[in-house]
Design a protein around this ligand. Structure first.
Ligand code: CA
Length: 233
């Protein structure tokens, strides 16, 4: 079972706690918050595999946040399951359709929730990215969230993983900081461009352990490139 990251956004404490227990027992890596703003904050650092989102939230509603996320290229394919109350919300939900991968009406059985979640994850991981990309002795497995060099598993944070995933799907191409921010972080909130440099530095430090820091190359005055070829500049 891959180590999927699930972001739970639910303002009712009892339900949120229940969701954490149920999802952790099912083997998911759960991060739970109570507002869309906190959810957005989490997304700045980590791209989850799925968002379990309550409709009725203080300030920004779940459905409004989902709409905003869908406008960002990086979040267009991010699976979202909406939690709704029975009645009016449920009717509106049926009409809404687009943008949401599935919805669950409260109250629901934990078992059904886990089954629906797994079904959505199975569907999404197929069209989202190639499951495995190899470049030289580096392999990235997006289903298992694993980066390997030779037969060694490399420990990287979710952001560095995402960065590597983007680089390895676009080898030998140069990207500037803005492009990397758009593609890897998304542009829902303002992030300083030097954040990219910070993560690149961290990534290189990790790769250095395996003597492979040369694959993430700086293109002076422009940005970064992933390449397994040696380039003289
Ligand atoms: Ca609520």
């Amino acid at each position: 079972m891959p180590n999927f990251i699930i972001l739970v956004v639910e303002d009712e404490d009892a339900i949120r706690e229940m969701l954490i227990v149920v999802l952790e027992q099912a083997g998911f890596n759960v991060h739970a918050v109570s507002t869309a703003e906190e959810g957005q904050h989490f997304l700045n650092d980590t791209l989850p595999d799925l968002i379990l989102l309550d409709w009725m939230l203080p300030n920004i509603s779940g459905i409004e946040w989902a709409r905003r996320l869908r406008k960002e290229p990086i979040y267009q394919e991010l699976p979202i399951i909406l939690l709704t109350a029975r009645g009016e919300e449920e009717d509106k939900m049926r009409g809404f359709g687009c943008g949401i991968d599935d919805y669950m009406t409260k109250p629901f059985s934990p078992r059904e929730l886990v089954a629906r979640l797994r079904a959505v994850l199975r569907r999404s991981s197929k069209h989202q990215w190639l499951p495995q990309i190899t470049a030289g002795d580096l392999t990235i497995d997006t289903e298992q969230h694993r980066l390997t060099i030779g037969d060694q598993v490399v420990e990287v944070s979710p952001t560095e993983f995402r960065l590597m995933q983007f680089f390895m799907t676009h080898p030998d191409k140069v990207f500037n900081r803005t492009q990397l921010l758009d593609q890897v972080w998304g542009r829902s909130v303002y992030i300083e461009e030097r954040t990219v440099d910070v993560h690149i530095r961290r990534l290189r430090k990790i790769l250095e352990i395996y003597n492979r820091e040369d694959v993430v190359q700086t293109v002076r005055g422009f940005g970064y490139r992933f390449s397994t070829k040696k380039i003289n500049e």
